[in-house]
Write a protein that binds this ligand. Structure first.
Ligand code: MCN
Length: 800
């Protein structure tokens, strides 16, 4: 079997019909057979192993540090404290999203110097001959801490009763409002005058991303010339290269970043981490390779966390349930420091609080970000958008209950009508395309919504032990990050473009060089398919090069479901440019006008002259030998495109599920789950399905199981997989995905992103089902995760 055959369909994707086929992923054989090399698998002769001593206190001043015993241990090469390395850094660690001009951002160095601000904050590090020796040495370092009161409650932090970063004088980092100026006052008027107003508080618990592969780093100095290669399990090699150069004062051209195979990231590897900077800094210092491998429980404390928000939402509607106003007050927990894009996470949600609904510009949003004594937070799958969707979708259900109408019916009354697309939203951003009724209708059919409602009426009678709940959620996602000018207006420091180079080699094999950096999303397959479709060749003949800044020097990496709508589109455009050039060569060879040439199935033909044709292979060889090219045309078939999209891409969808709750144990079982995610044209429906499945599981996990729990002293109580409940396959129901394809008009492929979609729809869908099951007992809400204990307690509280 070749990779182009799908065993399920027997589909053999060749020629110009590759897009939309369910090709098996090119990446998988190496991953499944263990051939793939991850950073920690790399053999690096002569490397020193780094281990980091982490603060056991959430908030403590650091006094003297005695490293002598550690240094005396056999095999230890060096021990460094934060103070020892202070001069190694040309600048503090980067934060690329200064949301407001006066945002407060404490200087953050790879090792803390005077104060530790969360359990896990690095205070010293060891270089040793083996990993085991490095870890043994950590136990011999004696740090004099003076513990201070830890702040783990967001509102308590905002009171400034205890200030974490003394130099800032406050725990608030910034407040960012979004009010439409000409409509100021409309929101308050809506709250005062509307027939219905619901006012709710939702808590987005802290989540630990838990990528299958914890982080791993190898910094390898070249033997001469001062060049440095950083191998890291990162999702952002290009950003990391720039930031490492800036933070360490290394000329950028001397830095190369390579990602070997990366075992998932979910946003947690969209960062510039202390350990990456330490490995590079120390490798330069000692002139040897330095490597570090994160342990699982270390990962739970030293890699960013996600979500961690308090949302106060007020939603107003008229007597028919048409939305009239929306107010949101949000507090975002930044943890101990600001990480790379963390300040932008609460802000991103602001653009999605109205979901897929028509909302007059009676909108009033403000978010405040606050420091606490916990692990820093940052973007986690969806970053701001699942939170916003949860709030509006859960509030819609509360509104439907208040009005006594079906939640799906309420949604339908508010959907943005398809005819209004492109649609200027309440924020001024323009949604590209949508057909919400279609997505809802497909989901409704797949779930048998009406049938389940009837069953529910029979089942949920007084005294029934098991109660049925039906959940609905709809969403819009703003992804494909995206127009650089819009990002600039939000104070984001980087652009949103992506780059692609496409070359047809002399033997007609095709190389695609991309600036995206896949870590589980299947770009090698998808980009091969785009090029194969364009050139009319087998995807197996296309090779995709990525994740090495020496091979793909231009790029902005993979996050925000941007890779296909920006990077994949760039690949398509670069193919078109190559084909244009090849057409000129073929026309010259066939003594025809380039405008008369047609290209399909990998062959150039002169229109109306069936005997005149030239295969791509012949053109590629001609371009290489350059024996007879048109005057002024450069040899070789290679073109580069840097694509800055004109808009975000706006996927949308409807999720529905049925749950059954055992009222005696509080256990929730998800009986059925339906996801209809419309991501425009699908390059590979098999990959889309996989992305949706993975995303749904993460949303389900937030709804029912996962939570980073801290005690009042700032100790993480769920730092192992025994306490942090990542679902196993057996915990998860079958997920049915439904078809809805509404092309995006803003890019030539008509695609929208899908990498975060499942996560965005799932948590509100499940929580709506949970409350739906219990509302007949008087339960009005349960905060996530709806663990058996919380569910049982809510039932008991409602009874008493
Ligand atoms: N795709 C498609 N047709 C579409 C949309 C997408 O065939 N209309 C395919 C793409 O070609 C690509 C994949 O789906 O192969 C995802 O594309 P896209 O939606 O552009 O998302 P990105 O590649 O930019 O991936 C980022 C996204 C994010 S933000 C997180 S978080 C996430 C996710 O992807 N983390 C993941 N999916 C993940 N999957 C794995 N296995 N591991 C992670 O860490």
């Amino acid at each position: 079997m070749t990779i182009t055959e799908d065993p399920a369909t027997g589909n053999n994707a060749l020629g110009n019909n590759v897009l939309g086929t369910r090709l098996l992923r090119k990446e998988d054989p190496a991953l499944l057979t263990g051939e793939a090399v991850f950073a920690n698998d790399m053999k690096v002769p002569g490397a020193l192993y780094m281990a980091v001593l982490r603060s056991p206190y959430a908030h403590a001043t650091i006094g003297s540090i005695d490293t002598s015993a550690a240094l005396a241990l056999d095999g230890v090469h060096a021990v460094y404290t934060g103070a020892d390395l202070r001069d190694t850094w040309a600048s503090p660690m980067p934060c690329a999203w200064p949301v407001t001009d006066d945002m407060k951002n404490p200087a953050h160095y790879p090792l803390a110097v005077d104060k530790a601000v969360y359990v896990g904050d690095g205070v010293a590090c060891v270089l040793a001959e083996t990993d085991a020796i490095a870890h043994d040495a950590l136990e011999l370092i004696d740090v004099e801490y003076e513990p201070l009161e830890a702040i783990t409650d967001l509102e308590d932090a905002l009171s400034d009763r205890v200030v974490i970063h003394d130099e800032l004088g406050t725990n608030a980092s910034y407040t960012w409002p979004l009010v439409i100026e000409e409509n100021e006052g409309d929101c308050e008027a809506a709250m005062q005058n509307s027939a219905y107003v619901v006012k709710e508080r939702y808590v987005q618990q802290r989540l630990i991303p838990m990528a299958m592969e914890p982080r791993a780093v190898v910094a390898q100095p070249e033997p001469f010339g001062g060049n440095m290669t950083l191998y890291s399990s990162t999702q952002v090699p290009h950003i990391l290269k720039v930031m490492t150069a800036l933070t360490l004062g290394i000329p950028e051209q001397q830095m190369r970043v390579v990602c070997p195979a990366v075992g998932g990231g979910f946003g947690s590897k969209l960062n510039v981490y202390a350990e990456e900077l330490l490995c590079v800094g120390l490798a330069r210092k000692v002139g040897k390779p330095v490597r570090w491998n994160e342990e699982r429980s270390e990962n739970a404390q030293a890699t960013i966390h996600g979500r961690a928000q308090i949302q106060d939402i007020e939603l107003a509607a008229d007597e028919n349930g048409k939305l009239t106003g929306l107010r949101v007050r949000l507090i975002g927990d930044m943890g101990g420091y600001l990480q790379l894009v963390a300040p932008g996470v609460p802000l991103l949600g602001a653009f999605l609080y109205a979901g897929v609904y028509e909302l007059p510009k009676a909108f009033d949003f403000s978010c405040t970000s606050v420091f606490t004594n916990m692990t820093p937070t940052d973007a986690y799958r969806g970053a701001g958008r699942p939170e916003a969707t949860y709030a509006i979708e859960h509030a819609m259900d509360a509104l439907a209950r208040k009005m006594g109408i079906d939640p799906l019916e309420l949604r339908r009354r508010n959907f943005i009508p398809t005819v209004k697309y492109p649609y200027e939203a309440y924020t001024g951003l323009v949604y590209d395309s949508g057909d919400h009724d279609k997505a809802a209708t497909v989901a409704e059919g797949l779930l048998d919504y009406a049938g389940l409602r009837a069953r529910q009426a029979e089942q949920n009678v007084p005294g029934a032990r098991k109660r049925l709940g039906i959940g609905v959620s709809t969403y819009f996602e703003m992804c494909g990050l995206a127009p650089s000018r819009v990002l600039a207006s939000l104070n984001y420091s980087a652009g949103g473009w992506e780059s692609a180079t496409v070359r047809v080699l002399p033997t007609s094999k095709i190389q695609v060089v991309t600036g995206t950096s896949p870590h589980g999303q299947g770009h090698e397959t998808s980009w091969s398919m785009i090029a194969a479709e364009k050139f009319g060749v087998d995807p197996a003949d296309v090779d995709v090069l990525h994740s090495d800044t020496a091979i793909a020097p231009l790029g902005l990496d993979t996050y925000g479901s941007r890779s296909l709508p920006v990077g994949g589109v760039a690949v398509g455009m670069a193919c078109d440019k190559v084909i244009d050039k090849a057409k000129q060569i073929a026309a010259h060879q066939m003594e025809a006008n380039p405008d008369d040439l047609e290209f399909s199935g990998g062959v150039f033909r002169v229109a109306g002259q069936p005997d005149k044709e030239m295969p791509l292979a012949a053109v590629a060889f001609e371009a290489f030998t350059a024996h007879d090219l048109p005057d002024g045309l450069e040899p070789n078939l290679e073109e580069q495109v840097t694509y800055d999209p004109p808009n975000f891409s706006w996927p949308f969808g409807t999720h529905m599920c049925a749950v059954e709750i055992d009222t005696e144990t509080g256990r929730t079982e998800v009986l059925q789950y339906v996801a209809v995610d419309d991501c425009g044209v699908q390059v590979n429906p098999l990959i889309v399905e996989g992305q949706v499945h993975g995303g749904v599981v993460q949303g389900l996990a937030q709804a029912l199981w996962e939570e980073a729990r801290y005690d009042d002293d700032g100790n993480l109580q769920s730092s192992t997989l025994a306490e942090y409940l990542v679902p196993a396959a057996s915990d998860v129901p079958n997920i049915t995905t439904g078809e809805s394809v509404t092309p995006s008009p803003t890019n030539p492929l008509g695609v929208k992103g899908v990498g975060e979609a499942g996560t965005i729809g799932a948590a509100p869908c499940v929580m709506n089902a949970v409350v739906d099951a219990l509302s007949g007992l008087g339960v009005t809400d349960i905060q996530m995760p709806a663990t058996p204990l919380k569910v049982w307690q809510a039932i008991e509280d409602a009874r008493s």
